[in-house]
Design a protein around this ligand. Structure first.
Ligand code: DAH
Length: 338
């Protein structure tokens, strides 16, 4: 019996030593140590041995089981170490690493942020309103008559329920005055929508920055001073400005603010924004809606303005086509990344 056992041990250790994979080792473990394996079978055979031989054979079997277990473990360690070494030697540490591409802010966002920061320094708070508006907030409350061309459904997107996509952010003025008493000092950046044919200078959706200031004794001088300060902060001290008379239903008097800067369009005058003194009829509409006289035009005056961001971006950055701002072409956008 002893000889058989030693032979078995030699065979087991040889085969384990030659195993090349974890899978092969596992098969050997089952073959020798498993329930139906060679060593277990021999243990069962012990019952047939004479009683006096059993302790000796039992001890020998135990030794063999321990030797086989130890050999399996040691071979497993070796195979795993070789695998790791192989993986490491496959790595070419001279290859460049993975680059993380860091995003940047969109040029319009940068421009809007800069404008908002300037007005916040002047004490303006951020105001907001829905993109889907009522006709009243977008037009009626802004003293815009029913037959005004902007109200036509060839100019403005109407929803089946009669609401619309706001054609300007001036509705934010109305939302703000509906919700708070004067004094008011807010800016409202946001999207506006118009039913234009899309081309190099028009989009269906664009961005405006609305402003509203209501207090006692606000005058055109305040309007002019505020906007001139803003424009210089945005474009530098060389920029020239002029107020040109204009018409808007919700302001009286109304103006357009033009700017002139050598670096923009070769120093030609360029229209920047619409503005004016809040029309008393707007205050009266608000009062009627509020059911009070919080905005009594005898006590309060105000100025308002609205600026388109895309056109300004086009001039500032010398863009030939407004669609560059919505196409998400990385070659274009990367130029503005900071
Ligand atoms: N809402 C006007 C537009 O979209 C711009 C504008 C003009 C806004 C005068 C104002 C304003 O607040 O006072 O063309």
């Amino acid at each position: 019996m002893d000889n058989d056992l030693y032979k078995l041990q030699r065979t087991a250790l040889d085969e384990i030593q030659q195993a090349e994979s974890k899978m092969a080792l596992e098969n050997l473990r089952v073959k020798f140590l498993g329930k139906a394996g060679a060593i277990s079978r021999l243990s069962e055979n012990m019952r047939k041995l004479p009683k006096e031989d059993r302790p000796h054979t039992g001890k020998l079997l135990n030794e063999i089981r321990n030797a086989v277990t130890a050999a399996l473990e040691s071979r497993l360690d070796t195979i795993e170490a070789e695998g790791t070494a192989q993986i490491l030697s496959d790595i070419d540490e001279t290859l460049p690493g993975t680059r993380f591409r860091v995003g940047g802010l969109h040029p319009l966002t940068l421009l809007q942020d800069q404008a908002v920061r300037t007005f916040r320094r002047l004490g303006f708070a951020l105001a907001d309103g829905p993109d889907i508006e009522t006709e009243w907030h977008c037009f009626d409350a802004l003293n815009t008559p029913a037959n005004h061309p902007a109200r036509n459904d060839s100019d403005t997107f109407y929803l089946p329920d009669g609401r619309l996509l706001r054609s300007h952010t001036s509705s934010v003025q109305i939302r703000t005055m509906g919700a708070q008493k004067p004094p008011v000092r807010v800016i409202g950046p946001g999207a506006a929508y118009r039913r234009d044919e899309i081309d190099a200078t028009h989009l269906n959706q664009f961005n405006q920055l609305e402003g509203l200031y209501v207090d006692r004794d606000v005058s055109v001088a305040d309007l002019k001073g505020t906007l001139e300060y803003f424009v210089r902060e945005l474009l530098g001290h060389e920029v020239q400005t002029r107020l040109r008379p204009h018409f808007f239903p919700f302001t009286e008097p109304s103006f357009e603010l033009d700017i002139r800067l050598q670096a923009i369009q070769g120093g030609k005058w360029m229209e920047l924004l619409g503005c004016g003194m809040v029309h008393p009829a707007v205050f009266e509409e608000i009062n009627a809606k509020r059911g009070d006289s919080a905005y009594d035009p005898e006590d309060w005056t105000g100025f308002a303005f609205g600026m388109g961001l895309e056109r300004l971006a086009m001039s500032l950055f010398g863009l030939p086509d407004i669609r560059l701002l919505i196409e998400n072409d990385q070659r274009f956008l990367a130029q503005f990344a900071r």
